[in-house]
Design a protein. Structure first.
Length: 149
């Protein structure tokens, strides 16, 4: 994947584009009515709010938000009290909301596949970097806080 910008928002954009493509080219069947489509909009907005709230903590703590860089601070406040990965959770909400909003069956498995990409490419390596950088404090945080919800 040399030259590929390996960042979660880039992956999210790819999955959103794939969801759109599947919905347009291979819709299979319309399964989500107006209530679930409205819920999809709500999930997407909730995801955006969660991402901005989480990013604010990176700014406050003056640490990098880049997933491949070494962390300078262990953030355990704000949304990080509830989830170790609130930004990724927000991205999952956006993708899930978009799939619901599209209203068709074909892209319904994409959020699960995106979760796998996030876990494998970002979450597990980030947790290893936290342990390496913060030792027992990171172990305590990882043990006390759920990965997702």
């Amino acid at each position: 994947m040399k030259g590929f910008p390996d960042l979660p928002p880039v992956w999210l954009a790819g999955f959103l584009a794939l969801a759109w493509f599947l919905a347009r080219q291979l819709p299979l069947v319309t399964v989500f009515g107006p209530v679930l489509r409205g819920a999809g909009v709500g999930l997407g907005l909730a995801g955006l709010v969660l991402i901005f709230w989480s990013a604010l903590w990176f700014f406050r703590k003056k640490t990098t938000i880049e997933p491949h860089e070494a962390p300078q601070v262990l953030i355990t406040e704000g949304p990080f009290r509830l989830s170790r990965n609130p930004i990724y959770l927000g991205m999952m909400l956006i993708l899930t909301g978009y799939v619901l909003w599209l209203g068709v069956l074909s892209p319904v498995l994409l959020p699960i596949l995106y979760l796998g990409v996030l876990s494998r490419r970002f979450v597990i390596p980030e947790e290893e970097r936290l342990i390496s950088a913060f030792g027992p404090a990171a172990h305590q945080y990882l043990k006390a806080t759920r990965r997702w919800l």
